[in-house]
Design a protein around this ligand. Structure first.
Ligand SMILES: [Cu+2]
Length: 105
């Protein structure tokens, strides 16, 4: 006699699927938040909306070869970070604008 007991499947992990990933607002002559921490594999969206002022996202240092958006007044730029590290960037027109993306494993 064998009793087959099935069940016992606990839906313990309910991964909240983010429909929108991390977003950096490009407005008021600044990136907000200026430092954002994401996980490897995350896609960061920069949302440009600074009342007609043109900006871009250009990596500096080690991120120079990684990050480069167009010059934009409105619209979005996205980049998927696969390698952990610290990515610093600036606006090529406004060097006072700086931002950092910290990518954790
Ligand atoms: Cu700018």
């Amino acid at each position: 006699m064998t009793a087959v007991v099935s069940g016992c499947s606990s839906p313990a992990e309910e991964a909240p699927e983010a429909t929108t990933g991390p977003v950096v607002q490009v407005a008021n002559m600044a990136y907000a938040p200026s430092t954002i921490t994401v996980r490897a594999g995350d896609t960061v969206t920069w949302n440009f909306d600074d009342r007609g002022v043109t900006h871009d996202v250009v990596g500096v240092g080690a991120a120079k070869s990684v990050l480069r958006s167009r010059l934009m007044q409105t619209g979005t730029f996205t980049y998927t970070f696969t390698e952990p590290g610290t990515y610093e960037y600036t606006c090529s027109l406004h060097p006072d604008m700086t931002g950092t993306v910290v990518v954790t494993p």
